[in-house]
Ligand binder design. Structure first.
Ligand SMILES: [Zn+2]
Ligand SMILES: [Zn+2]
Length: 579
């Protein structure tokens, strides 16, 4: 992790620790402010390691914070940070992971009910022992109990947004050793599932034992679970298990296929092999000679083994991209699937006008740099108060600013849009007259996300049927592992989307991935149009595209039904058709 990112975490934690310890609001906010300033900073911090005065030039960084930043840059830690954490019981910070629990409530639970961990909290709820905690009603307690339950169910899996960068870092580490050939991640991560239980790595190397040893030199190894000649299992600090297998180059494809799964897909392939008089295992596709001893142990040469493509070809089955290996379909046809390179438009993005970190100009520059022909600027509407949503007047001025920059910028069309809140009753956050002034409208649910399914369905149907709405943003509002979101009748939504020519979004933010894969599949099969949007709040968020594309591919979405893949002319004509 870069120094700046670590510092953001440290200052945030100091703010939180101070709040839990009951420090005054000024001290708490000063630390959080430093974290925010660091977040927005683009400068390299390293040259400032012995220059606190230079750091103080940044608005929001005071003298003592500047000294702490320099301390970290020279020593790799902040003593005050450690001292603060030592004053807290070990399990207290993990309570922050419970959705809906903030530092204030946690402090109250600690002070008034002796709650020091999630386990304590569960016990206290079971014992009905939270009566003396101020500002904690029965309904809140019931919600907290729900959240803990939900967390436990989701808890063992890591969101793909953390797992994929982690796997890439591990691969980079393996490549740092000499003599390494191919390295790939397999398993559900390669299939692009939204959460991942563990990470499976496969490598080829001249010196397997040396590579196994090198693998254990990773800096965040919590425990070595197993270290053999060609296999190694580690538990990393984050609780994630990582397996590495070193396999022969000539059997790499067979191993990759086997460990990518899914189990069900592998079973189907093995059955197909048997029908063709062959045997398929993790060492290759062999002629079946009816003997019990595995062919690889008898020196039999496989018909195919080096690449997955070879094996699919030898089985006379079209190559299946990993995202389609869930055994949901017949094996004989693979449709064209959307790719990252196909995406030419971003239709949901925020600026500093609401809660984004880029100015309008910076956002346009970034979208253009990414090679997009179209960008829709869609800041939040007025009801999203916490996101600094725009009231009518601010939106009108924003539209003007967007029109100006569109006229002044060559090579990209900038659409004036809004991400309009869909209220609990299905009405929208701006009146129709104002909506009609916008080029494009993304309508999204942000509040009342615990509605019962019938109300949620009615709410979203109203937005889909609204003639001025183009796209329904993150339709369920789920946050992976934290919030289930709405559970509307998806088929009713899909039918309405078809009828009204409204697009359903795949929000590519890896914490959302909403619609999820099975919803995408249902929409694709029905002939719906979908959008893959990153919902960018800063420049790096454009990288979320890959998660959205993986989810889309798992749903068998092709470029024809994904409006972000359309040529500019076709897309603009469709956008204009709603005006
Ligand atoms: Zn949103
Ligand atoms: Zn958004």
């Amino acid at each position: 992790m870069a120094a700046r990112e670590e510092l953001i975490i440290l200052f945030d934690e100091m703010g939180t620790a101070l709040e839990l310890l009951g420090a005054n609001a000024f001290k708490v906010n000063a630390n959080r402010k430093v974290a925010r300033v660091l977040e927005d900073m683009t400068e390299d911090l390293t040259p400032l390691a012995d220059d606190p005065a230079a750091l103080q030039k940044f608005d929001g960084i005071g003298k003592s914070s500047a000294v702490k930043i320099c301390e970290f840059l020279t020593t790799g830690r902040i003593q005050d940070h450690q001292a603060l954490l030592e004053q807290l019981p070990d399990g207290l910070l993990e309570l922050l992971n419970v959705p809906g629990l903030g530092p204030k409530t946690i402090r109250n639970l600690w002070e008034h009910a002796g709650v020091e961990s999630i386990a304590d909290l569960e016990q206290a709820i079971a014992d009905d022992a939270l009566g003396d905690v101020p500002r904690l009603g029965k309904k809140t307690i019931a919600n907290i109990a729900d959240s803990i339950e939900f967390m436990k169910k989701a808890g063992e899996r890591m969101p793909i947004g953390r797992a994929l960068p982690l796997a890439e870092r591990l691969i980079e580490h393996l490549h740092a050793k000499g003599g390494v050939g191919q390295v790939e991640y397999a398993g559900s991560l390669r299939r692009g599932r939204d959460t991942v239980g563990d990470i499976n790595l496969l490598a080829t190397c001249d010196d397997p034992a040396g590579l196994i040893e090198h693998f254990q030199s990773l800096d965040d190894v919590d425990k070595v679970l197993l270290a053999g000649d060609t296999k190694c299992s580690l538990r990393l600090g984050l609780g994630m298990q990582v397996d590495l297998r070193v396999v022969p180059t000539e059997a790499f494809g067979a191993a990759l296929m086997y460990f990518t799964g899914s189990k069900e897909h592998n079973v189907t392939l093995r059955e197909r092999a048997i029908k063709s008089g062959m045997r398929l295992n993790e060492y290759g596709l062999f002629p079946d000679d009816g003997q019990d001893t595995p062919p690889q142990d008898r020196g039999i040469t496989p018909a195919a083994a080096a690449t997955e493509h070879d094996i699919y070809a030898a089985l006379d089955i079209p190559f299946h991209p990993p995202e389609l290996r869930e055994d949901r379909d017949e094996l004989d046809s693979v449709p064209p699937l959307v790719t990252i390179e196909d995406i030419k438009a971003e239709l949901h993005a925020h600026t500093t006008a609401s809660d984004g970190h880029l100015t309008l100009k910076e956002l346009v520059v970034e979208a253009k740099r990414r090679g997009f022909h179209t960008l829709a600027v869609t800041d939040h509407s007025r009801s999203s108060v916490q996101a600094n949503g725009l009231d009518d007047d601010r939106l009108r001025r924003h539209i003007e600013a967007i029109r100006e920059i569109d006229a002044a910028t060559k090579g990209i069309r900038v659409l004036a849009g809004s991400e309009v809140d869909i209220h609990a009753d299905g009405s929208l956050d701006y009146d129709d007259q104002l909506l009609a002034e916008l080029d494009i409208v993304v309508a999204s649910p942000h509040a009342s996300l615990k509605q019962d399914p019938a109300k949620a369905t009615a709410r979203l149907l109203a937005a889909i049927a609204h003639p001025l709405v183009h796209i329904i943003g993150h339709p369920t509002g789920r946050i992976i592992g934290r919030r289930a979101g709405l559970s509307p009748d998806l088929h009713a939504l899909i039918e309405a989307a078809l009828e009204h020519d409204t697009v359903l979004e795949i929000n590519a933010n890896p914490q959302r991935l909403d619609l999820r894969d099975i919803h995408v599949r249902a929409a694709t099969d029905a002939g719906c149009l979908l959008a893959i949007n990153t919902d960018a709040h800063t420049d790096t968020h454009f990288d979320f595209l890959r998660y959205g594309v993986l989810t889309a591919r798992r749903g068998r979405l092709g470029p024809e039904q994904c409006i972000n893949c359309w040529p500019a002319k076709r897309l603009h004509a469709w956008v204009a058709s709603k005006r």
